[in-house]
Design a protein around this ligand. Sequence first.
Ligand SMILES: C[S@@+](CC[C@H](N)C(=O)[O-])C[C@H]1O[C@@H](n2cnc3c(N)ncnc32)[C@H](O)[C@@H]1O
Length: 236
Amino acid sequence: MKPYYENDTLTLYHADCRDLLLDLPSHSVDLLLTDPPYGMAWASKSKGAAPIRADGARQGMRVFRQALTAASSVLAEDSHAFVFCHWASWPDFHDAMAPHMGMKGALIWWKNRGGTGDCEGSFAPDYEVVLHGAGPKRRPLLGKRHGAVLPSFPPVAPKRRTHPTEKPIELMVFLVARGCPEDGLVLDPFAGSGATLLAAQQLGRRAVGVELEERYCEAAAQRLEAAARVCSADAA
Ligand SMILES: C[S@@+](CC[C@H](N)C(=O)[O-])C[C@H]1O[C@@H](n2cnc3c(N)ncnc32)[C@H](O)[C@@H]1O
């Protein structure tokens, strides 16, 4: 399939990841880093937000399970996987991942900032869960050992977002730097506006992303182009 965007190290496909992943070389991926639809019907709870594809609870889990089945043959035996999920759906995400990899734990992305919901009757949802899995021959994580509660990475401000659930690049850089060797390949089958690809680009890792919605492919391509221009201007 023709990529929607590519440069020396990154490739982005406008496709359904369940089809596209089957075409990648087997055991080629060193890090699966992804933020699938949470299955929380997110947009219907957030006034004015664009709906996210496959975000209904049952549909989201079905798509994630099918994507993992398609991805399992492309993951290297010593790979790592970081998968974002919501506190209410993490048991389902865990059960979907466990047949494909060893489960290593859950990381907490602390946002150091409140959130919406029942403001008087619940604690502020100021964190997200990231499940960590690894292949049967898992390689050591890179860098000094870190606690499972990650440093505070502030969420992207609503005004600056190009995607309703956009993740901060700094957070993705932290995860890519620990989970993918310098010559490794990162895969994000639910790429959205390209946060994983931007992090890989920043660290000089190769990466493949897949996104179903053309408008998010376009947002990702524009962000990657802009970041590459900044890099080449800095190098000049
Ligand atoms: C939670 S968002 C990812 C946001 C991303 N982390 C970012 O920072 O922009 C999940 C994305 O998966 C996409 N998606 C849903 N089903 C898909 C599928 N079958 N194949 C590829 N992408 C899909 C949605 O369009 C959505 O953009």
